[in-house]
Design a protein around this ligand. Structure first.
Ligand code: IPD
Ligand code: CA
Ligand code: CA
Length: 260
């Protein structure tokens, strides 16, 4: 199953790279002015689903653009065919494909492919996290002031859901630096690879996070919601860290809730 996920992610990723700069149709998703979808998102998703279906016709699928497909099965594939659509529509080469597999509700496999750097991040439950077949681990930096953090903003940022703006400002003051790349899956993959010490975001969807959270956990990191409760991809907020700065980040996230 890992090799099928890799094949699908790489084929779709290469298609995305070839299509960069050739986007013809850009639509706004219903009710969300900033949330875009292109024909490239849809074609990438079809390409991935066709490969999975060919090998596993009876598996359940949850894909961003098509929703829930297939039948109830012990296996469910969770697919983001293009994570970083806004970047993509601007020709900004930070985007990827994310594919995960759930077995009886537990994520057992995750693949993120970044075609721009030709970086393939893979993880299987209990077997570690890998970047281009080399084992990766989270960083060991244990102090927020020396940490490079990353976040993303939801499409309805003007409503400031979950105090996203205050959190960003508070982390800017405490961390070494904060980045905002525009692809939650890449943010999680980089946290797993030790490039970031921590990532937080509100209002994400299962397909943004499913592969990435397994990568972070398999690389020795920690993933919870903002309050430190056990994480689920069906919840909206995520705090994923190298584990050692987890409590320090949680304290900053708590601050806003206490002030309000
Ligand atoms: C988006 C990206 C972005 C995050 C958004 C997501 P999309 O996914 O992951 O980094 O901030 O919340 O929706 O729409 O490009 O697949
Ligand atoms: Ca996404
Ligand atoms: Ca997407």
């Amino acid at each position: 199953m890992l090799s099928i996920a890799i094949e699908a992610a790489q084929q779709a990723g290469k298609f995305l790279k070839r299509s960069l700069g050739n986007v013809r149709e850009i639509e706004q998703k219903s009710g969300e002015e900033k949330n875009l979808v292109t024909e490239i998102d849809r074609r990438s998703e079809k390409l991935i689903i066709d490969i999975i279906r060919k090998h596993y016709p009876n598996h359940d699928i949850l894909a961003e653009e098509s929703g829930r497909m297939g039948q109830a099965s012990e296996y469910k594939w969770i697919i983001d065919p293009l994570d970083g659509t806004t970047n993509f529509t601007h020709g900004f080469p930070v985007f990827c494909v994310s594919i995960a597999l759930e077995r009886n509700g537990v994520i057992v496999l995750g693949v993120i492919y970044d075609p721009n750097f030709d970086e393939l991040f893979t993880a299987e439950k209990g077997k570690g996290a890998y970047l281009n077949n080399k084992r990766v681990r989270v960083s060991q930096i244990d102090f927020l002031a020396r940490s490079l953090l990353v976040t993303g903003f939801p499409y309805n940022i003007t409503e400031n859901p979950g105090h996203a703006i205050e959190h960003f400002v508070n982390f800017l003051m405490k961390a070494q630096a904060v980045r905002r790349m525009g692809s939650a899956a890449i943010d999680l993959a980089y946290t797993a690879a030790g490039r970031y010490e921590g990532f937080w975001e509100v209002a994400l969807n299962p397909w943004d996070m499913a592969a990435g959270v397994l990568l972070v956990e398999e690389a020795g990191g920690k993933v919870t919601d903002f309050a430190g409760h056990p994480f689920s991809i069906y919840k909206k907020d995520v705090l994923a860290t190298n584990s050692v700065i987890h409590d320090q980040m949680m304290k900053i996230l708590e601050r806003v809730s206490e002030e309000k």
